[in-house]
Design a protein around this ligand. Sequence first.
Ligand code: SF4
Ligand code: SF4
Length: 425
Amino acid sequence: MTPDNIASAPQNCGKCGLCLSVCPVYQILKEEQASPRARLQLIKAFETNTLESSFLLKEIISNCLMCGACARICPSGINHYEKFMDMREKMAAALGDTPAIKGLIFLLAREYRLRAGAKMAGVGQQLTPEFLKKKYRLGQIPISCLPQLNPAPFRQTLPEKIRPKSGKPLRGKLVYFSGCATNYMFEDTGRASVKILKDLGYEVIIPRDQTCCAIPLLYHGAGSKARKNIITNIRALACHDYDHIIVDCTTCGAALKDEYPLYIQRLNKEGIDKGDTLSAQAQTISEKTMDILSFLSKFNLKYDPPPPKISRGVYHAPCHSRNSFNSHPRVQDLLRHLPNLEYVPTAEEDLCCGGGGTFFYEHPKTAQKIMEQKQAQITHTNADLWLTDCPVCRLNLQGNLPLDSQTKIIHPVTLICQAMARETP
Ligand code: SF4
Ligand code: SF4
């Protein structure tokens, strides 16, 4: 066992219960079997052959948002995240998965399939009558509340290399990993991010051959299918010269920063990839990956005076932003200084929203209860904006708002871009 594995071993759990205090699923269900420590004990029993795989065991293991809060607080240093991911793979191998999840894995495992799927879904969105969109749901989310897909994939609408704004001295080179959500759904985030980075004087490279970060595949136990995506992305990023890799989705960021080096290490141990090159490249990628809000917080951004109408906004801190990038205080600071925003801090803005990749679809009742807690926090604020830097959280927050709600959900970079645009019309 390596020191990493020793720390991850479920037998290190002292059953102190600290992880229960931060687990959003346990907080709702209040059942021991929904707790992180119970999952660890079940995994231990499975690994020591005292418990067999079963659909109940698979269900208990999957009833987790993979938010990482338990691993962050655990005094025994257990890496729950890694244990849960590994167990999901074992459960999927033993028991298979639902047709919907198999379909999702099939699409995400090849970029051309995803592109074709997004195109067909876009046409479907245009043709589906409004009454059907209101009737059918994805989890608890009415189809009518899902965002309109981009007319064309975001990456296809821009050159691979974007020069810094003219007249600005070259500050450096950045690679922008745009992820699936920005590429197919939230191009507004991508455009704002590129404009800000360009205006700051950076050359921005958006590698053409990047693909899904593979986190959804890993979450659903499709570790072997994730291999092609991970190696494609490592090669796509490594062939450029850059100072940092910028992500606008911290789940993609967590993949690049935390998962890729571990995954390649595992391939090496299993003798599947014995070369050092991928390991070294994955390590460099990990060290250079930054979420865009943390990156922007390093600058003393200059804004013009605010417009007459200021937005009133609350913030939702996504789990990966907090647990992988620890960016919450930096984002709060950015928001406090934005001239076009009256930022209203709310209690527990760092509480998970219940989105968790496909958790909102697979466990809609629990997800809805978690969401109700979030909504209760903002009802008194009269906010017209709910800001968040994770696309799944954005989709989940938007999808659970009342149909007549005037609150808009956007990525904070949109507001930053608007404030900077006034500075340089
Ligand atoms: S915080 Fe860690 S040591 Fe404590 S019960 Fe949870 S898993 Fe076990
Ligand atoms: S990852 Fe999050 S949801 Fe899953 S057990 Fe840990 S705290 Fe609970």
